[in-house]
Design a protein around this ligand. Structure first.
Ligand SMILES: NC(=O)c1ccc[n+]([C@@H]2O[C@H](COP(=O)([O-])OP(=O)(O)OC[C@H]3O[C@@H](n4cnc5c(N)ncnc54)[C@H](OP(=O)(O)O)[C@@H]3O)[C@@H](O)[C@H]2O)c1
Length: 231
């Protein structure tokens, strides 16, 4: 078995996920990118595997896991990054808005963690890093409240995984950014993108967390592009 560690990154086609994949590859990891449209990315080569993953299609999660293990033979890190934001209040949201938001932001991450767990337990230092949001810590506006519901839930998923890994040494960390300069972040706010947290900044944090020993377990990392009252 190769010594090189292996990470799976969901939603690695653009934004934060693409930055995480690039950073890990540069640092010598082997990376399996889970994306909805693999044909839009350059094809798999060397340490970079591109697989189809759609959070709305549970069968694609299983295939992505199988393809990753078949290609690399191990899994050290799972990065639960893919996510959506429907800018509706909890009063406006339809059942469909709720179901879609929870399917992508909560249910699929939970299924992926379940599939990955046995492999992470076999790894010398299995890690799960989840992208929640500061909207998973506080509700800042009416329009972010549906999204916040799901981000509170996925924050709890990460804490649940952290508890599950206590004995085996699999560590789970949740990252909670404010606005990041990606398609999602820029659609929601108007400041100069250069003043926001950059996707590469989040990638640096994820890389650091994946590298930490099990004796330096970090449960949550809130990240703000400026300074907020609490965060
Ligand atoms: N940007 C921010 O300000 C911010 C702040 C806090 C937290 N976050 C969180 O950080 C994570 C990444 O956000 P981002 O800013 O990079 O967003 P983004 O630029 O909108 O990218 C979202 C990623 O998720 C993927 N995705 C969406 N729906 C999917 C589905 N059904 N199945 C598989 N992949 C799907 C997208 O794939 P396609 O390319 O196929 O659409 C894309 O790769 C999300 O969980 C988000 O909630 C973002």
């Amino acid at each position: 078995m190769s010594e090189k560690r292996v990470a799976m990154v969901s939603g690695a086609s653009r934004g934060i996920g693409a930055a995480i994949a690039a950073r890990l590859l540069e640092a010598g990891w082997r990376v399996s990118l889970g994306v909805r449209n693999p044909e839009r990315l350059s094809p798999s080569a060397g340490d970079r595997l591109v697989c189809r993953y759609d959070a709305m299609d549970a069968a694609s999660e299983k295939r992505w896991m199988e393809e990753t293990i078949a290609r690399f033979g191990r899994l050290d890190g799972l990065v639960l990054n893919a996510g959506i934001m429907i800018p509706k209040t909890v009063l406006e949201a339809s059942e469909e808005d709720f179901d879609t938001t929870f399917a992508v932001n909560v249910k699929s991450p939970m299924r992926l963690a379940q599939l990955a767990w046995p492999h992470l337990e076999k790894a010398p230092a299995g890690r799960v890093v989840t992208l929640s949001s500061l909207s998973g810590k506080r509700v800042k506006s009416p329009g972010s409240s549906l999204y916040a519901l799901s981000k509170f839930a996925v924050l709890a998923l990460s804490h649940g995984l952290r508890q599950c890994g206590k004995e085996s040494g699999v560590r789970a960390t949740v990252i909670c950014p404010s606005y990041v300069a990606t398609d999602m972040g820029l659609a929601l706010t108007s400041p100069d993108p250069a003043t926001l947290t950059q996707p590469e900044d989040i990638a640096k944090i994820v890389h650091m967390v994946l590298d930490l020993p099990k004796t330096a377990s970090i449960s949550e990392i809130p990240v703000h592009y400026s300074v907020e009252d609490c965060y």
